[in-house]
Design a protein around this ligand. Structure first.
Ligand code: FES
Length: 116
């Protein structure tokens, strides 16, 4: 059974910002949109460019490479050139700590294409 992995303190992520962490070999972005946190893979689905440092506007993040825009809450690509959604991960806050389930991507959402 996959368990949650401690990543950082909730206070380590300023509201409206994000930070990247290496969790079990995966680069995962933790976003804070008060009072919620979200965990997405740090990899643009257009050409695999890291999303860390991209401009965060409300609940969207913009890829620095070609400007694709993703909805942080759903992972969905809302502006191209990216089409596929970002991988999302289960995340929670317990006793002031952010915890992620790195091997449990929420990939069964309707936006993810089946592997061919
Ligand atoms: S690599 Fe992100 S938009 Fe192209």
């Amino acid at each position: 059974m996959t368990s949650f992995v401690d990543v950082c303190a909730f206070e380590d992520i300023p509201n409206g910002k994000h930070r990247a962490f290496n969790v079990d070999g995966l680069s995962i972005l933790i976003f804070r949109i008060n009072p919620d946190v979200f965990a997405l893979e740090n990899r643009c689905t257009h050409l695999d460019f890291p999303l860390e440092g991209g401009r965060q506007i409300g609940s969207d993040i913009i890829c620095r490479k070609h400007g694709a825009r993703f909805d942080i809450r759903s992972g969905k690509a809302v502006v191209g050139p990216a089409v596929d959604p970002l991988r999302r991960f289960e995340v929670r806050v317990r006793e002031g700590r952010v915890e992620v389930k790195p091997s449990m991507p929420l990939s069964r959402n309707p936006f993810v294409r089946a592997a061919s």
